[in-house]
Design a protein around this ligand. Sequence first.
Ligand code: KG4
Ligand code: ZN
Length: 332
Amino acid sequence: MILSIESSCDDSSIAITDIETKELIYHKKISQELQHSVYGGVVPELAARLHVEALPKILEECKDFFPKLKAIAVTNAPGLSVTLMEGVTMAKALALSLELPIIAVNHLKGHIYSLFIEKEEVFPITILLVSGGHTQIIEANSLNDMKIIASTMDDSFGESFDKVSKMMGLGYPGGPIVQEKALKGNEDRFAFPIPLRQSPNIEFSYSGLKNAVRLQIEKLGDKEINEQDMCDVCASFEKTAVAHIMQKTKKYFKQKVPSNFAIVGGASANIRLRTAIEELCEKNKTKLFLSQLKYCSDNAAMIGRVALEQYNQNNFIGINEIDVQTRLKDFK
Ligand code: KG4
Ligand code: ZN
């Protein structure tokens, strides 16, 4: 079995996966959303401190599995350096005391492999990765052959929901809150401009939309923004945010219709986005893969699933070689 650890942002999670059967034997996650909510976003140092409390608590429940372990896997990039460090430190301590090798896992590959938890891999596949830190279109031919086709130039899709929520004092994470309010709002009340509409390139940008929403809220704020105004802002914003991602994704489909397509990452839970992608795939006869909702946001089960493949490829890292990286240019 492999024990995997995830601590790249605000979720402390540990999983145990069976190497031969791919079965997820154990999986637990302690989320810090409540503690960060008052600040309207993740505070890295607070997140690191909460990992120090939560990870050992979860590990305690895994002790019976220790004799069966063959490797320790851990997310080492990309993410917040201070929080990644907590997972990596625990992995090093376990590797030393149990005399096991370490597997360093790329968090983005983890999100992609959330599609394949307790399942076989499917390749080639094009993936739309939408999370708090990333908005990317990725072409994947295998675990070791993945290419980023498009990225965001500034904010990510999920992050823009977080920021819009924060502007109205609605809490963190903003995605589910804004989605909920949008259901009760008029999506046509505010005509926010769709980002990069005229650009022929396949790339994303959310900072302009965020600023347009900020200006609108300021205007409404003159007479104290009320509940209906908030719902209308959320609905008009969500409509525009999804329209932008769909325009660029349709552009990609025009260049090349993929046989397999998937949406992964925390923000792939967005119903409006899911529905629009479902329609696009149906129209193009593309097979659509979605990860189960419980595996959309950060978790160690997806890290363990990648680690299985790396274990079979003998892809280990020395205890003194593993480091944390906040950003990754590529999948290397
Ligand atoms: O993948 P994830 O758990 O963490 C990162 O790796 O970033 O994604 C969290 C992000 C947050 O920005 C959150 O607001 C967003 O995903 N999110 C959503 C929805 N649910 C979560 N964004 C839009 N609509 C949602 N329903
Ligand atoms: Zn993530």
